[in-house]
Design a protein around this ligand. Sequence first.
Ligand SMILES: [Zn+2]
Ligand SMILES: [Zn+2]
Length: 230
Amino acid sequence: MLVRIKGAISNCYLLLGNKPVLIDTGAPGDLPRILAALKAHQLEPKQLALILLTHGHSDHAGCAAELRARSGRPVALHAADAGLARTGQSGVLAVQTDLGRIIRPFVNEPFPAFEPDIVFREPFPLAPYGVQGNVVPTPGHTPGSCSVVLARGEAVIGDVLRGSMLWPNRARPHFFCNDPDLNARSIARLAREGLLRCHPGHFGSFPGSELGRFLSTADGEMLEFSEEPV
Ligand SMILES: [Zn+2]
Ligand SMILES: [Zn+2]
């Protein structure tokens, strides 16, 4: 089972496999929401098998240090974003959309720094942590962005794309993207999985078929990348 935990500005996800795994830790201040969600499923932080971060931005790594301190459980983050965790800074936020300019200060908020326990560069299976699925690097939004592709055809995709504020079941370009070309390749990587459902770091989930609208055309143009604001 996959449980969406709504933070102040972002989503965390609780994977309830043979063991529980938490994906992302919200923005600074989101800890009570996460603890309440764990409690609602009769879980304490120390029961988490793993705390996985989709990337090192403040609105996803914001409570990682506190959760690790409370749980004693390992926090995993891709090597390319480990520097963000070590400094407690979101780093470069390359604005993609007008709305991105407005929300930039919120994502730029400093967060408690920490040293990730597990620093990875390659895909790895979550089976040792009780979940049937794989962590797959999907860089572009940040250099160290990753997604969790679950065996049942769903994926938690961090900020590769976001959901829509107004339209259910629609994907939108994220407000920020460090490397749009690399991100497009990550979208293509996810599209090849034939996913049924994608769960983004912001707003609601959408069908895997939405990924197809964001694939590059033969001449390298994004099919859809300028529309605002929904
Ligand atoms: Zn982000
Ligand atoms: Zn985010």
